[in-house]
Design a protein around this ligand. Structure first.
Ligand SMILES: [Zn+2]
Ligand SMILES: [Zn+2]
Length: 179
């Protein structure tokens, strides 16, 4: 199965593809949280290094979190076709999924690209902005908010939150909540 001779190019390609799939799965997770779906099993996309793979993987939110705790780990559909043994090793085998851990350079690359690091930073910044300023908005909407009980405001994704009014009129929902 190994046809390409350049090991570092393969490492890099694998790390790029896998970190992209991880980002997509992180969005899937946000959607689950946003709609408060307490389903025991979620449908995730296989995080193998093959960018043409479209396999789905079923795992619970807890199982997902356990993999995500290690920035060098990814989950794949449970078979050898989804493993690139020259850049990763299998650390967990279950009937539903396998977990692979990147080795060497690709491990460092995968950890560096972990969206959790950036996401946590953005979230902290948002929280700080929310406590120091009374208004916020999303660049995708024509209104601003000033009440954190506002349902419309709560639908704004953390990464879309901006402090201030953005020179937009106050949201009618927030206006109503003021009374
Ligand atoms: Zn796959
Ligand atoms: Zn509002």
């Amino acid at each position: 199965m190994v046809l390409v001779g350049d090991a570092s190019a393969r490492e890099e390609r694998a790390a790029t593809n896998q970190t992209l799939f991880r980002e997509i799965n992180e969005r899937v997770k946000e959607l689950h949280e946003g709609f408060r779906l307490d389903l025991p099993l979620g449908e995730w996309i296989c995080e193998c290094a093959d960018d043409t793979c479209i396999d789905k993987v079923a795992m619970s939110a807890n199982e997902y979190e356990a993999v995500r705790n290690n920035g060098a780990r990814f989950f794949v559909a449970p078979s050898d076709e989804h493993v690139w043994p020259d850049v990763e090793r299998v650390t967990v085998r279950t009937a539903k999924y396998w977990v692979v851990e990147k080795v060497g350079n690709s491990g460092a690359m995968a950890r560096e690209a972990d969206p959790r690091t950036a996401g946590v930073r953005a979230r902290l910044e948002t929280e700080r902005a929310m406590t120091t300023t009374a208004t916020w908005h999303s660049p995708r909407a024509e209104i601003h908010h000033n009440n954190d009980q506002c349902a419309t405001s709560r639908r704004i994704k953390p990464r879309d939150r901006r402090r201030g009014t953005g020179e937009r009129p106050l949201c009618p929902n927030c206006k109503r909540l003021a009374f």
